[in-house]
Design a protein around this ligand. Structure first.
Ligand SMILES: Cc1cc2nc3c(=O)[nH]c(=O)nc-3n(C[C@H](O)[C@H](O)[C@H](O)COP(=O)(O)O)c2cc1C
Length: 259
């Protein structure tokens, strides 16, 4: 992705929706934070959530620039849509958010994993998904600077244990910088780990961040399977901010074991 992550342990979307806890999450030792998800409409001048994120990210960005970026987490912004199908509003909202936050976000995430959203429907409209991803890739070129864009995709145990979701294949084909693979409610971390390993083997040039069931026991398994990084939500809620450093230690132990 061309980014320098201080460590591979991140905070998943939904926890710090408006970037209000960035200082605390930085102190806890996280390597990156995905703020949002926000669901902007085409005309972002009427989106208070976007304005709030913008202000908080600018503050964090300025402090990072003044105090030094070393060891500070990268900050990504998750952008989605509330519409029942992939229409022009999705791409328009995403591009508008990208323009507004270009100066202070390190990466963006197109969130296709919203429960009940069109990205989760079996047999969803494939051509609409392709045109959404193509349009965003095309229009992001008009942004003030090049910022990596990842796609967050939900992996369903019944449908995707052996076969990658179409959005992942398209993300690789169209040149997105990475995928956040969400394994929610899988029956075992072993099965999710096997799925990650298969994905990495099939799409070796696509950076993969894994989220879903990450804890001190499973983090090594996901990294061993080839994930570039992991994210937590539940483990942070259950165990508190100390989880960041414990997961970093578990990840480092795994790193020593493979050397
Ligand atoms: C209350 C709650 C809100 C969430 N909101 C979002 C969201 O806005 N965007 C998103 O992409 N994921 C959201 N998620 C999903 C998490 O980012 C993550 O994928 C999921 O919780 C699995 O990780 P975990 O097993 O560590 O909890 C949310 C999860 C929870 C529990």
């Amino acid at each position: 992705m061309g980014l320098n992550f201080p460590n591979p342990i991140g905070v998943a979307a939904g926890f710090d929706r408006h970037g209000e806890l960035l200082d605390e999450l930085a102190r806890a030792g996280f390597g990156f934070v995905e703020v949002g998800t926000i669901n902007p409409v085409r005309d972002c001048s009427i989106d208070p959530a976007l304005d709030r994120i913008c202000l908080n990210l600018q503050r964090f960005h300025t402090r990072r620039a003044v105090c030094g970026a070393a060891g500070q987490p990268l900050v990504g912004v998750s952008v989605g849509g509330q519409r029942p199908s992939f229409d022009g509003e999705w791409a328009g909202g995403f591009i508008a958010a990208m323009h507004q936050l270009a100066g202070c976000a390190d990466f963006f995430v197109l969130n296709l994993s919203r429960p009940g959203g069109p990205g989760r429907v079996a047999g969803a409209d494939k051509s609409a998904l392709r045109s959404l991803l193509t349009r965003i890739q095309h229009e992001r070129g008009s942004c003030a600077r090049h910022i990596p864009v990842m796609v967050k995709v939900a992996f369903d145990e019944d449908r995707h244990a052996k076969r990658a979701p179409l959005a992942v294949v398209l993300a690789e084909e169209l040149g997105y910088e990475g995928v956040i693979a969400a394994f929610e409610n899988w029956s075992s971390p072993g099965k999710a780990g096997e799925c990650v390993a298969r994905l990495v083997a099939n799409l070796p040039s696509l950076p993969l961040i894994v989220v879903g069931g990450v804890n001190e026991t499973t983090v090594g398994r996901y990294l061993a399977a080839g994930a570039a990084a992991v994210q937590v939500y539940s483990a942070l809620v259950l165990h508190g901010p100390g989880i960041a450093r414990r997961l970093c230690r578990a990840a480092a132990k795994f790193g020593e074991a493979v050397q």
